[in-house]
Design a protein around this ligand. Structure first.
Ligand SMILES: *[C@@H]1O[C@H](CO)[C@@H](O)[C@H](O)[C@H]1NC(C)=O
Ligand SMILES: *[C@@H]1O[C@H](CO)[C@@H](O)[C@H](O)[C@H]1NC(C)=O
Ligand SMILES: *[C@@H]1O[C@H](CO)[C@@H](O)[C@H](O)[C@H]1NC(C)=O
Ligand SMILES: *[C@@H]1O[C@H](CO)[C@@H](O)[C@H](O)[C@H]1NC(C)=O
Ligand SMILES: *[C@@H]1O[C@H](CO)[C@@H](O)[C@H](O)[C@H]1NC(C)=O
Ligand SMILES: *[C@@H]1O[C@H](CO)[C@@H](O)[C@H](O)[C@H]1NC(C)=O
Ligand SMILES: *[C@@H]1O[C@H](CO)[C@@H](O)[C@H](O)[C@H]1NC(C)=O
Ligand SMILES: *[C@@H]1O[C@H](CO)[C@@H](O)[C@H](O)[C@H]1NC(C)=O
Ligand SMILES: *[C@@H]1O[C@H](CO)[C@@H](O)[C@H](O)[C@H]1NC(C)=O
Ligand SMILES: *[C@@H]1O[C@H](CO)[C@@H](O)[C@H](O)[C@H]1NC(C)=O
Ligand SMILES: *[C@@H]1O[C@H](CO)[C@@H](O)[C@H](O)[C@H]1NC(C)=O
Length: 819
C-alpha cells in the first residue's frame, strides 16, 4: 500500500510523539499517541503490543493538586504489569490536562480495582469527565469487573477535542464515605475525524432514513467483535488506532450458532476506494460467521448475538461484511435481513451488491434508540431474505461494533451493573447459556472484594467426602485421587481432587495459581469452585461432571459408543475451551496436559476442559519423569518439547491432534503390546493417513457412518496438529474452524441437503453412499476406496463405489473385541 507519510511532530516529549503512516489520514495531519502509566515514573515496555508507556510523574500532564501514587503489592498474576502495577489515587477532585490539537481521539482508561495503600476497592466510586462530557459517573470498577468476570477493565471512548486542551477530571463520589477515584493508565490516540461519519448512518428501523448527528458527539465502545475470528490485540489493528477486537463466540445466542470460517486461500481482501483501511484490519474481514450450509435449517433460525448494554442511550452499530468463500461472488446469491432489537433494520442485504465483489470489505452503520435505565440486552440477528430469488438461504457477518452515543446532557455514564449473582439470576433463563454456576457465597459485595474461589477447611472436605471414602473415588490420576463429594449440606455434588501434600512454599504458589485459575470461566471449561490448603493438603473442588471423562466413552468401557456427530461436537467444545485459554482477553493459559481424560462431559454432553494451567504446582505433568522417558511414551507430548524443554500453546495443539485421532480410532494412545509401528497412535494414524488408509484404523463402530468429506477434513485437521515443528501446526482457532466445517459437512451429508438441485451453502456438500468399502487387513499399503461425490464443481474422487455387505458383520466383531 502506498501511504502518505505523516509529518513527524514533537509533542512536548519526544517519547510520546510517534511517527506513523496513517492510511486514510489527510497527508498533513498530526498523529498523537499518549500512553501514560499512572502513579509511576520511568518508561515501561508493553511487550505484547510493542508499545512504551511513560510514568505520569514525569509528565507535564499532572498538576500539583493533591493526589497520591500507589503501587500494588502482590498483584494478581493474571493482570499485565503495565500499566496495572501502579495507580494514581484521588481523594479529591483532580484534573489531568492534555494539550492536543483539535480533532477526534480515542481515549482509553485502564482500571484494575484492588486495594491501594489503605483504600479498599469496594470504596471506590467516582465520576470521570473529559471536557464537556461525563464519561463515567458513580463508577465502581470493582462492581463492573465482577459483573463481567474480568480482573481489570479498559474503557474506550471516542471524543472530539475542540479546544487546545483536553481536561480529564476524576472526582470521588461525595455520597460514599471514604470514596476515592483511581486510574492505572490513560491512552490517547488520534483517530480520523470522519471515523464516525454523519452521512452513512441509517436509522435502524428499516426506513432507510439517514441519521445525522452532531460532529461533537462522544462515543463509548461497548463491543468490538471480530465475528467468526479470534480476538485481536491492539498491535494487530489497522490505522494505528490500537483497538482491541474480541472473539464473538461468547455472545452468540444458541443453538443456531452458525459456522465460523476463514477466507478461501485464493481470495485476497482488497479495500476499495471508499473503504478506508482504518475502518477495520484485514484480520476482521478474512474471517466470518455464516448461518451454515443447510438452507432448511437456516430458514428456521436466526443467527443472533446478544449484547448487554446500558438502556436510555442511542447506539451506533457498525456491521462489517465481506464475502470470502466461493461460490458466493455474484449478486443475488446470498441475501438477508438484519434485525436490531427485533426491528427490521435492513431488508434484502446483499454483501456482494453492496461491496462490489468477493474479497471486498464493506461496513454499514445503523443507529437505534433504547429506553429505560439500567442494563438491557441488545439483540442483533440475521435471517435469510427470501423475498427475492436468491441462490442460497443464509447470512454472513465479519465484524460488529457497538458504540453508545452521548446524550443531550453530554453524558455517556450508565449505572453500575447489577451484582453478578443478581445478574446471573436475571439472565440465566433469558440467555439459557449457562447453568447457574456454583459460586461460593459472595457476601456483600460492596464491602469486600469478591473472591470467585472458595476456600474450604479440611474438615469441610472430610465431611464432603465422608472422610475420603474409597467408595466415592471417581478416578485415580497423576494428581492423586478424585472423589465424588457433597457440599453445602449435601445439596451440591462436586468433584474433589486430592493431590499429594505440599511444601510450605508450594502452598503459597498453589494458592496464587488457584486464584488465577478460578477466574477462568467459560462454557467449555470445568469450573473450579474452590480449594483447601490446610495441613499442607492440595485439594481442588470442581463442578461435578455427570458423564465423566471423554475417554470413558471411547474404549475400555461398558458405556455405549458415541455417535460420530456427537464426538465431533465434543471435540469442538473442547477446542473452544482451549481457544479461550489461549486467547483469553485477560490471561493466556497453556493447558499443558490435553488428553481425553481431561475432557469431561456434563449432563447434556457438553465438553468441558479440566485441569488447565496446573503446570507449576500440580504434578499433572511430571517433568523429571518426562525428560527421562523415550519419546511418545506419554502419547500426547509435543515432540518439540524435547528440543526446547518448553511447552507452548502449540504443544496443546499437538496433544489435541492426538485426542482427535483417539476419538476417531477409539484406542489408547499407547498400546505397548502392538507391533512397534502401531504402538503410538499419533505416529500410526499419521502413517495410515499418508497411505490413504485411515479407514482401517477408525473405530469400527463408526465405519460407514462418517461422510467422506467430513472424515477428510477431520483427519487433515488432526494431521496438521501433529506436525513435528510447532510453526507448522495451526492455532487452536484454526482447528476449531476446521472442526466446525467438518461437522457441517457431516450434517450436510446426513440431511442429504439439496435444494432445487443446488448446494445451499459455502461448502461443497458431502453425500454418503451407504457403507464404504472396507479393508479388513491390517497392512496399510492397501488403498482405500472412499467415494466422494462432488456437487460444487470440485473434484470427483470416486475410485470405487462398490459397497461391501460383510461390512456390518466385521464392525460387530471388532466392536466386541474393542469394548
Ligand atoms: C500542510 O498544512 C499547511 C498549513 O495548513 C499547508 O501550508 C501545507 O501546504 C500542507 N502540506 C501538505 C503536504 O498538504
Ligand atoms: C516494534 O516497534 C518498532 C518501532 O515502532 C518496530 O521497529 C519493531 O519492528 C516492532 N516490533 C515488533 C515485534 O512488531
Ligand atoms: C510519587 O512517587 C514519586 C516517585 O516514586 C515520588 O517522588 C513522589 O513523592 C510520590 N508522590 C506522592 C504524592 O506520593
Ligand atoms: C471538580 O473541580 C472543578 C474545578 O474546581 C469543578 O468545576 C468541578 O465541578 C468539580 N467536579 C466535581 C464532580 O466536583
Ligand atoms: C460469569 O461467569 C459465570 C459462570 O461461568 C456465567 O454464568 C456468567 O454468565 C458470566 N457473566 C458474564 C457477564 O459473562
Ligand atoms: C486456487 O488457485 C490455485 C492456483 O491458481 C488453483 O490451482 C486452485 O484451483 C484454486 N482453488 C480454488 C478453490 O479456486
Ligand atoms: C426480542 O425478542 C426476544 C424474544 O423473541 C425477547 O426475549 C427480547 O426481549 C426482545 N428484545 C428486545 C430488545 O425487544
Ligand atoms: C428472527 O428475529 C426476528 C426479530 O426478532 C423475529 O421477528 C423472527 O421471528 C425471528 N425468526 C426466527 C426464525 O426466529
Ligand atoms: C452508586 O452505585 C451504587 C452501586 O451500584 C448504588 O448502590 C448507589 O445507589 C449509586 N449511587 C448513586 C448516587 O447513584
Ligand atoms: C446447612 O445446615 C445448617 C444446619 O442445619 C444450616 O445452619 C446452614 O445454613 C446450612 N447451609 C446451607 C448452605 O444450606
Ligand atoms: C501462542 O503463543 C505465541 C507465543 O507466546 C503467541 O504469539 C500467539 O499469539 C499464541 N497464539 C494463540 C492462538 O494463542
Amino acid at each position: 500500500m502506498n501511504c502518505p507519510t505523516s509529518t513527524e511532530i514533537l509533542i512536548f516529549l519526544s517519547l510520546w510523539s510517534l511517527h506513523f503512516t496513517v492510511p486514510g489520514f489527510a497527508t498533513n495531519s498530526t498523529f498523537t499517541h499518549i500512553l501514560l502509566s499512572c502513579g509511576t515514573s520511568g518508561t515501561f515496555p508493553d511487550t505484547i503490543n510493542n508499545r512504551t508507556w511513560v510514568g505520569d510523574i514525569d509528565s507535564q500532564y499532572i498538576s500539583d493538586e493533591a493526589s497520591q501514587n500507589s503501587t500494588i503489592q502482590g498483584q494478581d498474576s493474571s493482570v499485565p504489569t503495565v500499566p496495572f502495577s501502579a495507580a494514581r489515587i484521588f481523594t479529591t477532585n483532580y484534573t489531568y490536562k492534555f494539550p492536543l490539537s483539535a480533532g477526534r481521539y480515542f481515549l482509553r482508561l485502564y482500571f484494575y480495582p484492588t486495594k491501594y495503600s489503605n483504600h479498599l476497592a469496594a470504596d471506590s466510586f467516582f465520576t470521570v469527565t473529559a471536557g464537556l462530557y461525563t464519561l463515567l459517573s458513580n463508577f465502581s470498577a470493582l462492581i463492573t469487573v465482577n459483573a463481567l468476570n474480568y480482573t481489570y477493565l479498559i474503557r474506550e471512548f471516542s471524543i472530539n477535542v475542540e479546544s487546545i486542551f483536553l481536561n480529564l477530571n476524576f472526582a470521588p463520589s461525595t455520597e460514599h464515605p471514604n470514596a476515592f477515584a483511581f486510574i492505572n493508565g490513560i491512552e490517547i490516540v488520534s483517530s480520523p475525524d470522519d471515523i464516525f461519519s454523519t452521512s452513512t448512518a441509517y436509522y435502524g428501523d428499516g426506513t432507510k432514513r439517514i441519521f445525522s448527528y452532531d460532529q461533537g458527539v462522544a462515543f463509548q465502545t461497548m463491543y468490538r467483535l471480530n465475528v467468526g475470528g479470534q480476538s485481536l490485540s491492539p498491535s494487530k489493528d489497522s490505522g494505528n488506532l490500537y483497538r482491541s477486537w474480541d472473539d464473538d463466540s461468547n455472545y452468540i445466542f444458541g443453538p443456531a450458532v452458525g459456522v465460523a470460517y476463514p477466507k478461501d486461500p485464493n481470495v485476497t481482501i482488497e479495500y476499495t476506494a471508499n473503504m478506508p483501511q482504518y475502518i477495520a484490519p484485514v484480520s476482521v474481514y478474512e474471517t466470518a460467521r455464516s448461518m451454515g450450509p443447510d438452507s432448511q435449517t437456516n430458514l428456521k433460525n436466526n443467527l443472533t448475538w446478544i449484547l448487554t448494554i446500558d438502556s436510555g442511550f442511542y447506539y451506533l452499530l457498525r456491521f462489517h461484511f465481506c464475502e470470502i468463500q466461493y461460490p458466493i461472488m455474484k449478486v443475488n446469491q446470498r441475501v438477508f435481513l438484519i434485525y436490531i432489537n427485533n426491528q427490521t433494520a435492513e431488508t434484502q442485504f446483499d454483501v456482494i451488491a453492496y461491496s462490489g465483489g468477493i474479497g471486498k470489505p464493506v461496513y454499514r452503520d445503523y443507529v437505534v434508540p433504547t429506553v429505560g435505565s439500567g442494563q438491557m440486552d441488545m439483540w442483533v440477528a440475521l435471517h435469510p431474505d427470501i423475498s427475492t430469488l436468491t441462490e442460497y438461504f443464509g447470512a454472513i457477518l465479519n465484524g460488529l461494533e457497538v458504540f453508545k452515543m452521548s446524550s443531550d446532557e453530554y453524558s455517556l455514564a450508565g449505572l453500575n451493573p447489577e451484582t453478578s449473582q443478581a445478574f446471573n439470576e436475571k439472565h440465566k433463563s433469558s440467555k439459557g447459556k449457562q447453568k447457574k454456576k456454583k459460586v461460593p457465597e459472595e457476601g456483600i459485595i460492596i464491602s469486600a472484594p469478591v473472591n470467585h474461589c472458595r476456600e474450604f477447611s479440611f474438615n469441610e472436605i472430610l465431611a464432603a467426602t465422608n472422610g475420603f471414602d474409597e467408595a466415592l473415588v471417581l478416578a485415580v490420576g497423576g494428581f492423586g485421587k478424585v472423589y465424588l463429594g457433597k457440599i453445602d449440606n449435601g445439596s451440591t455434588n462436586v468433584a474433589i481432587k486430592r493431590g499429594n501434600p505440599l511444601s510450605k512454599q508450594g502452598v503459597h504458589e498453589f494458592q496464587t495459581e488457584i486464584e488465577l485459575l478460578s477466574k477462568l470461566r467459560h462454557r467449555h471449561l470445568v469450573s473450579l469452585i474452590g480449594y483447601s490448603k490446610e495441613k499442607n493438603e492440595m485439594i481442588l473442588v470442581y463442578d461435578y461432571m455427570v458423564h465423566g471423562t471423554l475417554r470413558e466413552h471411547l474404549y475400555e468401557t461398558r458405556n455405549a459408543p458415541l455417535e460420530w456427530k456427537q464426538r465431533v461436537q465434543i471435540c469442538i467444545g473442547a477446542a473452544r475451551g482451549l481457544h479461550y485459554l489461549h486467547t483469553g482477553a485477560n490471561h493466556i493459559v497453556i493447558h499443558r496436559d490435553v488428553k481425553t481424560t481431561n475432557i469431561l462431559l456434563d449432563e447434556k454432553w457438553v465438553a468441558k476442559v479440566s485441569d488447565f494451567g496446573l503446570s507449576k504446582t500440580g504434578p499433572t505433568l511430571d517433568h523429571t519423569h518426562v525428560s527421562t522417558v523415550v519419546k511418545g511414551s506419554f502419547g500426547y507430548l509435543d515432540p518439540e518439547y524435547f528440543k526446547r524443554q518448553k511447552l507452548t500453546n502449540k504443544s496443546d495443539v499437538y496433544s489435541f491432534g492426538v485426542v482427535l485421532f483417539e476419538v476417531l480410532c477409539a484406542r489408547p494412545v499407547i498400546i505397548n503390546t502392538l507391533p512397534e509401528e502401531q504402538v503410538n497412535l499419533a505416529e500410526w494414524a499419521l502413517f495410515c493417513h499418508s497411505q490413504g488408509d485411515l479407514e482401517k484404523i477408525i473405530d469400527p463402530y463408526l465405519r460407514g457412518k462418517i461422510a467422506p468429506q467430513c472424515l477428510e477434513k477431520y483427519a487433515e485437521t488432526a494431521e496438521k496438529c501433529l506436525k513435528d515443528q510447532r510453526i507448522h501446526r495451526p492455532t487452536i482457532g484454526d482447528v476449531l474452524w476446521n472442526l466446525e466445517l467438518a461437522l457441517q459437512l457431516q450434517l450436510n451429508a446426513e440431511n442429504g441437503n439439496l435444494i432445487g438441485g443446488t448446494t445451499s451453502g459455502e461448502e461443497t456438500p458431502a453425500v454418503i453412499l451407504g457403507n464404504q468399502k472396507l479393508s479388513d487387513e491390517p497392512a496399510c499399503e492397501l488403498s482405500t476406496s472412499t467415494t466422494i461425490i462432488s456437487m460444487g464443481g470440485r473434484s470427483i474422487a470416486s475410485e470405487d463405489s462398490e459397497v461391501l455387505t460383510q461390512n456390518d458383520v466385521f464392525s460387530e466383531l471388532i466392536n466386541q473385541k474393542g469394548r
